[in-house]
Design a protein around this ligand. Sequence first.
Ligand code: MG
Length: 392
Amino acid sequence: MARRRARKSLLPSRLAVTEDRLAPYAVSAANSRGRCHPEAAPEARTEFQRDRDRIVHSTAFRRLEYKTQVFVNHEGDLFRTRLTHSLEVAQIARGIARVLQLNEDLTEAIALAHDLGHTPFGHAGQDALNDCMAGQHGGFEHNLQSLRIVDVLEENYAAFDGLNLCFETRAGILKHCSKARARELGAVAQRFLDDQRPSLEAQICNLADAIAYNNHDIDDGLRSGLIQLEQLDDIAAFAQHAATVRAKYPSVTGRRFIHETIRRMINAQVVDLIETTRANLVQYAPQTLADVQQAPALVAFSATMRHELQDLQRFLRDQLYRHYKVVRMTTKAARIINDLFAAFMGTPGLLPLQYQQMANENQARAVADYIAGMTDRYAMREHRRLFAVGEI
Ligand code: MG
C-alpha cells in the first residue's frame, strides 16, 4: 500500500497577518503610534483587527442593542437601534475603505465604536445630560464619552482599564472636540489644536455615518407612518431613484418599493463619495499619512450630492425629528434623565456600589457615566424603581 504523502499546508507557517495593498497614505501597523500600554504584537490578526475585536467584545457595544436611534427601542422591533446603525455604518465604511486601498480593519473599528458613548434616548438624552452637567461639572458630549469608554470605563482586561486601543482608533473615535477640552486630553486630541485633519479612515466613518442615518431614517420614518411617501416627491435624493424604480418595476409597491429606492440612494451616495474622494486624492496627491493630515478633508461628496443631502436632512429634521409624536417621546426622555440625575446627585447612596466609589472622586462625572451607560429600558426601569410609589 502506497504511503500517503503528507500534503503541504497551504497556510503560512507563521501566524502573522499583514496589511496588504494599502495606499502609502493609509494608516498601517507600521506607521501606528501604538497603544498607551505596550503589548506584544497580535498573533493571528493585525493590530487594528485586534482593536475591532475588543470593541465587539465590550460591554458598551452590547448595550447599543437597547439604545434609541430615533425611535425608542420598545416602539417596534424593526426600527434601527444604535447597534444596527453601527453595523450599517461599518458595512458602508468598510466598502469605501477597501476600494480606496485604505485600512479596512481600522475603518471598521472606528465605525463600530463611533456611537458607544451615546446616552439612552438618543440626542434628547444627550442634550438633557449635557444640561445637567453644564458649567462646573464640565458638560457631557457623546463622542468624548465614546473615548472615555474605550480608554477608562470598560473593565475587561487584567493589565489596564479600558480597551487599550491603538492611537489611530482612539483619534478616529474623537470626531470633534473643543480646544479647551483638547488641551486636557493631550496627544489624542492634538490635531484639534494644530488644525489638522483626521486619517482618511476616520473621515470615511464620519460620512458613512451620515449615509447610514439619512437613508435608514427615511425607511424608519415611512415604516412608523410619521412621514408619507408623497412628501418625498420634492426631495431629489429620494425622488430621482423612486422615478427609476417606478419606470423599471411599475407593479412594485409598498415595502419592496421603498427598499428598492433606498438601496439605490445608498449606492449613489457611496459611489459619489468614492469618485469625489479619488479626484481629491489625485489633486492633492498625498504621499504620506502626514500629508493627509495637512490637506483639507479629502473624503467628500460632490457639490451636487452635498446639496441634495442637505435638502434631505432639512426634510428629516422638520418632518420626522420634530414630529409631535417624536417630541413627546424626547420630552419624556429628557424628564427621565433629569430626574435620575437629580436623584443621584441629591442622594449618592442610591448609586450602585461601583459608582459610589467613583463618586468619591467626582460625583457628577460618576452619575453621568452611570446614566450614559444605561439602555433605554434600563433607564425607564431605574426611574420607576426610584420614583414609582408602590414599587420598592
Ligand atoms: Mg452614528
